[in-house]
Write a protein that binds this ligand. Structure first.
Ligand code: MRU
Length: 350
């Protein structure tokens, strides 16, 4: 199956598929400055927690390349300052901080003998590793999720935690690609995911392109689906999992989790360990991104509410751990209660 290329880096240029233009066209944009990378993340040209982490890591490679004429001290200082800038592009997905910190950590080994080209190479190797590990992680999460599903199952998903959100085959959508490879039959119901329609524009698009059976619904139809036994499970991605298992994901996930619990449908969170933040004790300390009200005042570029009406536009919500049936990582399936198991996962070496 021909995959979608979310991002690709070459010699100081990061090329990203402009997801704001999907599904109308597959157009790529070239990012050559740290500001370009920041804007692409902020405006959701590149989005999804793991993908923005990888983009930020390459953003630091661009930072280094654009400072190749500086002396080593000035170069390192500039890269660190760009790192602080990039993590502010979006606050909720911890992958941004995770990837940037990984790059900054490898720079700690820089010695006086390093030339600017060595620093560039060091960052590029680490950014490539983040991208490579992300793709490997996706497949392992997919395997683990697949073990929870039976042939013929129908799964409801929200937002887009697929190929377009990572540098591999996605997290929540990964089992569908693996099932397709193996001739197993799975069906997907995709919430459209207002206000920015990641479910309709991206999930429906990439699954159809991959030959996977997908049915699109409006967000308000999820209760109908779950109350009528039309889905066997709900699988969602995540932007940050706190140490107690509380999980931030795209706005609307919490409502879906409440409905799933009410109707006894299991809710699985697909969680790469890069999205688990042991520094956040609970969901209360996860920062929630508030976005521009115009995303709600208009629909597909057309005004759909009175100009100037007050709007609230949180981009994410937090699902408390007691609504989650399992957190599915690349290292295994965690069942509730999650606290000690998440702790053990990190103690076993991360
Ligand atoms: O605002 P977005 O489109 O970046 O939100 C994306 C999500 O909420 C995804 O579910 C999450 O990042 C997981 S992607 C593997």
């Amino acid at each position: 199956m021909k995959g979608l290329l979310t991002l690709a880096y070459d010699n100081g240029t990061l090329t990203v598929l402009d997801q704001t233009r999907l599904p109308v066209e597959e157009a790529y944009v070239e990012l050559r400055t740290v500001r370009d990378v920041f804007r692409a993340i902020e405006t959701l040209q590149v989005r999804g927690a793991p993908a923005i982490g990888a983009a930020a890591a390459y953003g630091l490679a661009i930072s280094a390349r654009n400072r190749a004429d500086d002396d080593i001290e000035a170069m390192l200082e500039g890269i660190r300052s760009d790192a602080q800038y990039l993590v502010r592009a979006r606050p909720t997905a911890v992958n941004l901080r995770y990837a940037v910190e990984r790059v900054l950590d490898v720079l700690l080994s820089v010695t006086d003998s390093y030339a600017p080209s060595d620093i560039i190479a060091t960052i590029e190797i680490e950014a490539d590793a983040i991208q490579y590990e992300d793709a490997q992680t996706d497949r392992r999460i997919g395997e683990n999720l697949l073990s929870l599903l039976h042939n013929g199952a129908t799964v409801l998903t929200h937002c887009n935690a697929g190929m377009l959100a990572t540098t591999g085959c996605g997290t929540a959508l990964s089992p569908f690609y693996l099932a397709k490879e193996r001739g197993m039959e799975l069906h997907v119901i995709a919430d459209e995911t207002r206000p920015l329609l990641q479910g309709a524009r991206l999930t429906a698009y990439e699954l159809m392109r991959g030959g996977i059976d997908v049915t699109l619904i409006c967000d308000s139809m999820a209760a109908f689906v779950l109350s009528n036994g039309l889905a066997d499970a709900v699988i969602v991605g995540c932007d940050r999992v706190a140490a107690n298992g509380d999980t931030a994901n795209k706005i609307g996930t919490l409502g879906l989790a409440v409905i799933a619990k009410h109707y006894g449908v299991p809710l699985y969170v697909a969680a790469p360990t890069s999205t688990i933040d042991m520094r956040c004790a609970s969901g209360d300390s996860i920062p929630i991104e508030m976005r521009d009200g115009d995303e709600v005042r208009s629909f597909a570029g057309t005004q759909s509410a009175p100009a100037g009406v007050n709007v609230m536009n949180p981009a994410f919500d937090v699902t408390p751990n007691d609504l989650i049936s399992a957190i599915v990582t690349e290292r295994g399936i965690l069942l509730p209660p999650f606290g000690d198991k998440l702790q053990a996962l990190f103690q076993s070496g991360n």
